[in-house]
Design a protein around this ligand. Structure first.
Ligand SMILES: C[S@@+](CC[C@H](N)C(=O)[O-])C[C@H]1O[C@@H](n2cnc3c(N)ncnc32)[C@H](O)[C@@H]1O
Length: 289
């Protein structure tokens, strides 16, 4: 592309964005280049953008082990497991784990990290993957649930519940509406980088954040101009829910109760995330009351 065409490229792409979920709405974390560059962000101890820093994950895992699983050795499914940091710690505490993620670099890293019989990692898209059965705990953490459309989110929850053994627990860490709404910076921003998430070579990225009040959803658009003259449009959307809606989602997919745990047991009203669980009934597939 001639760089003079970039403004037209941006204007044209913008003209099609009518909804938070218009067209592309997720960064392709499964594409090899993105996956490799994202893994570097997962491993970074400078920020909590892709995975949390190790100390925070230690705290979360201690909470899951003690308060959710009561120290009982369990069979755990980690949906969107990334590089496997939660599974690594849970395995050390005596649990068996299976992770699913569609990022090839993260899956390769996790397989290397977890080399042992009590863990496995499947490279697959959660929307299509077979989640298996018989799990004591299925977890979907760090707000990834919100990056799926409402229909996809319901599909994932139903698949997760079907993968639970009777009495098993679904643990969801989802984004708070206030946090998603706050991310609507208003003004567009730009970035010039030697290399970064969008390329190994120099690029310029224009970013526009928007909150869609009628859809209760947030969306960021990224318009990238590469040093070779190519341009790309990426986007990332997130659906917001209230606490009542989260609880309702768990009950609707047949779980018998919804418990909220603040910030993994810590009272932290400013947290960007809400942690909640639901239990699958022991006896029948009877819906919750
Ligand atoms: C925010 S990261 C969190 C990783 C890990 N749970 C953690 O907290 O360290 C979200 C992960 O979900 C994965 N993911 C997102 N959408 C997915 C999909 N449709 N299928 C499989 N994995 C997906 C990404 O590749 C990424 O590794």
């Amino acid at each position: 592309m001639n760089q003079n065409d970039f403004p037209r490229f941006v204007l044209e792409a913008r003209s099609h964005i009518k909804s938070a979920w218009s067209g592309i709405h997720k960064i392709p974390w499964n594409e090899p280049g993105f996956s490799r560059r994202m893994l570097a962000e997962h491993l970074s101890q400078e920020h909590d953008l892709a995975s949390r820093r190790q100390k925070t994950i230690d705290r979360h895992v201690d909470f899951i082990h003690a308060e959710i699983l009561h120290g009982v050795p369990s069979h755990i499914s980690d949906l969107g497991c990334g590089p496997g940091f939660y599974m690594q710690r849970l395995m050390r505490l005596g649990h068996r784990c299976c992770g699913i993620d569609f990022s090839p670099a993260s899956v390769a890293y996790a397989r290397n990290l977890l080399q042992c019989d009590s863990a496995s990692v499947i490279e697959a898209d959660l929307l299509e993957a077979d989640f298996g059965t018989g799990y004591d705990l299925v977890m979907l953490l760090f707000g990834e649930f919100n990056t799926f459309t409402p229909a996809e989110g319901r599909l994932l929850l139903n698949k997760a519940v079907a993968a639970l053994a009777p009495g098993g627990i679904l643990l969801l860490e989802a984004s708070r509406r206030t946090a998603l709404k706050r991310a609507d910076g208003g003004n567009p921003s730009w970035l010039a980088a030697e290399h970064g998430l969008f390329s190994d070579s120099p690029y310029i990225c224009l970013q526009e954040n928007r909150w869609f009040e009628d859809e209760n959803a947030f969306r960021s658009d990224f318009f990238v101009l590469q040093s070779d003259g190519t341009a790309q449009h990426y986007a990332s959307a997130a659906q917001a829910y209230s606490d009542e809606e989260y609880a309702g989602l768990l009950l609707d997919c047949g779980l018998a109760e919804a418990h909220f745990y603040g910030d993994y047991g810590k009272d932290n009203p400013d947290s960007d995330f809400v942690v909640l669980s639901g239990r699958k009934e022991k006896h029948t597939g009877k819906p919750a009351v």
